[in-house]
Design a protein around this ligand. Structure first.
Ligand code: AHR
Length: 625
């Protein structure tokens, strides 16, 4: 190395040290004096423990991001695995006058009341694991069911056709993260020759996992694979396996934290067979915290981060998932070009969605190439191919159905064009074929509809439900059906007597309902419609049949457009679950972020409410669509 290079290196290293010192000094624990020292924003971060490397990485990310903002300070607390301590920590943080709370939970049930109480006064971001109910501002984390499913698929790949016996080591019992990871894993392996022979709860802790597995393996020989719900427990499993000299046992973990005990390292040292990253989300939490504190519009309810599979073959695919749009230098300062392939014009919701995208593009100075696929998947594929030919910089579309997109999305990926799914998700073999999804949680919408119905139900009364489904195989029809069923199947008083395939139009809603009434007569006492248009069609059919919609038959709908709120306010509908149609601004923000080279979260789930007959009357005047 030449003298001048050494000098340059020394300067760079000094700068790094200086930055690190500055960063630490800005974000270390605050004293009371610091709290009064005039910073604009004070953030409190409550951790349930810091014994997991994943949580340490989370705090480090938060520290790093906060250090970029001179007007921000942060206080961290560590509850050392005690829920009571965490509740006290939160109170203390609030006492310091924090402007926003970031909380990560191990035991959401024990902390729900605490979170709810804080949320009444200041914004709360729930980070990483554990979230119940809706009493928080934003959740940042991963899709745990999806991670579990991927882990299950990887277990099948690893053990091959002959299958094998699996031990599942779960985190803290009762945590939604545990339930979701386990559910996804079990669903993935259910029709294979893989069997879970033992499930144990090691509370996310390495040593507990080691002890439990060690004791169990001493008495049980036939185990081929251990699936541990986090990397600390995977490491514990590795230690147990080593002690017993059972090196043939494969171990799959979750987290992918690149720290000393992190999974990336464990995989590269062949201690783990593979792992799935669960990004800690500290960086994203602070970015959204700033938007929340600055009272920006369109803050989502959930931000789902992308998980990657890590094996010894691993390569970072982030840049291929979120390629920056081609800046087209020959165009100089020309606006960014986005091709938008709308699915059709089937409903009032869709009209509002289209308008929102067009208006937002205008406002953002984006050149929007808008095409309508008129409810034809073939046509939608053709439009996307045309966009690829025209070399647009970003493609956005609302997929008619969940499946059938692999080929065209592969073509977009090969052309280096990022694809954003606006409103509906796709189900493709390789989820790196699309960059981000912006829209609703359809399954949750279905659950909300069912929960309301069950709350209204009279004891001992039986409910005969007609379900009016949306377009076959579309994400909203699949999700709303699943979510609704999940909840009502817990009570035998609720029966879906007919589930009819509609297409989200008023005409179909009316025809299907008229036919159902002919078959079932007055026996029907509930209609659950996947959207407002079909519900309003059903209202007409019910009136034509001589019954009173909203009185003789309870009608629950999804979308909550202005027409539905009107029907609610005059008692012809009973309940509407909101599906946010105003997705244009968030789409344009994502386009802008991409053009600035920022990484997008995998899913941005919009905030949504529900409407009863009473609340609809109040909301009607200001309803935008
Ligand atoms: O994808 C969203 C759904 O599509 C809306 O709920 C429905 O009205 C629409 O047509």
């Amino acid at each position: 190395m030449t003298g001048s290079k050494i000098a340059k290196l020394a300067v760079i290293m000094m700068l790094f040290v200086l930055l690190a010192v500055l960063a630490r000094s800005c974000i270390s624990r605050l004293t009371d004096t610091d709290v009064d020292s005039g910073y604009k924003y004070l953030i409190g971060v409550s951790q349930p423990n810091l014994s997991e490397p994943w949580r340490v990485a989370m705090n480090e990310e938060i520290q790093q991001e906060v250090s970029k903002h001179n007007d921000m300070r942060v206080i961290f607390t560590d509850a050392a695995q005690s829920s009571e301590q965490q509740a006290q920590d939160v109170k203390k943080l609030v006492g310091y006058g924090i402007d926003l709370l970031i909380i990560s939970l191990d035991d959401p049930v024990a902390l729900t009341q605490t979170v709810t109480a804080v949320y009444k006064d200041i914004p709360v971001i729930v980070l990483g694991r554990g979230v119940t109910g809706y009493d928080y501002t934003l959740y940042v984390g991963t899709d745990d069911e999806m991670i579990g499913r991927k882990a299950g698929e990887f277990a099948m790949e690893t053990l091959g056709d002959s299958g094998g016996a699996i031990v599942e080591i779960q985190g803290l019992a009762g945590s939604p993260t545990v339930d979701d990871r386990s559910k996804g894993f079990r669903e993935a392996i259910q029709n294979s020759k893989l069997h879970i022979v033992k499930t144990m709860n090691a509370d996310w802790q390495r040593d507990r996992a080691e002890d439990l597995l060690y004791e169990w393996l001493k008495e049980n020989n036939d185990v081929n694979l251990v699936f541990a719900h986090n990397e600390a427990m995977a490491l514990g499993a590795y230690r147990a396996v080593q002690k017993l000299d059972r090196n043939h046992i494969n171990i799959i973990g979750i987290d992918g934290v690149n720290s000393e005990n992190g999974s990336l390292q464990l995989v590269s040292e062949n201690k783990l067979t593979g792992t799935f990253t669960s990004p800690p989300g500290g960086k994203e939490a602070i970015r959204y915290a700033i938007d929340i504190l600055n009272k920006e519009k369109g803050i989502p309810k959930k931000v789902i981060l992308r998980s990657q599979k890590i094996t010894d073959q691993w390569e970072d695919t982030t840049s291929r998932i979120t390629p920056s749009p081609d800046p087209s230098p020959e165009q100089g300062d020309a606006p960014i070009v986005v091709g938008f392939a709308q699915v059709g014009m089937e409903s009032g919701w869709r009209i509002a969605h289209t308008k929102s995208v067009i208006d937002a593009a205008k406002e953002a100075g984006v050149q929007l190439l808008y095409e309508n696929a008129e409810q034809s998947q073939d046509k939608q594929i053709e439009i996307i191919r045309q966009f690829i030919k025209e070399k647009v910089q970003v493609i956005a579309f609302s997929p008619k159905t969940e499946t059938g997109w692999d080929e065209v999305l592969q073509e977009a990926k090969q052309a280096g064009i990022p694809v954003i799914l606006s409103d509906r998700e796709v189900n493709v073999g390789d989820d790196t074929l699309w960059t981000a999804y912006i829209g609703s949680d359809f399954r949750e919408e279905g659950r909300r509809a069912a929960r309301w119905l069950m709350q209204q139900a009279e004891a001992g009364q039986s409910y005969q439900i007609v379900e009016l489904q949306g377009t076959a195989y579309s994400a909203p029809a699949v999700g709303r059906r699943q979510g609704f069923n999940e909840v009502i199947q817990t009570d035998h008083n609720f029966t879906i007597v007919e589930s009819l395939q509609g297409d989200f139009t008023k005409k179909q809603g009316k025809e299907l309902m008229a036919a159902a009434l002919k078959r079932q007569g007055a026996k029907i006492n509930v209609v659950y419609s996947h959207n407002d248009d079909m519900a309003l069609g059903a209202v007409e059919a019910i009136e034509n049949f001589g019954l009173r919609p909203g009185k003789d038959i309870i009608i629950i709908s999804v979308d909550a457009t202005k027409s539905a709120l009107k029907a609610l306010s005059i008692g012809k509908l009973n309940f509407a679950v909101e599906c946010n149609a105003l997705l244009g601004p968030q789409l344009m923000k994502a386009v802008k972020d991409l053009s600035e080279g920022k990484e997008l979260p995998m899913k941005i789930i919009t905030a949504e409410g529900v409407f009863t007959q009473e609340s609809a009357k109040m909301a009607l005047a200001s309803r935008e669509y």
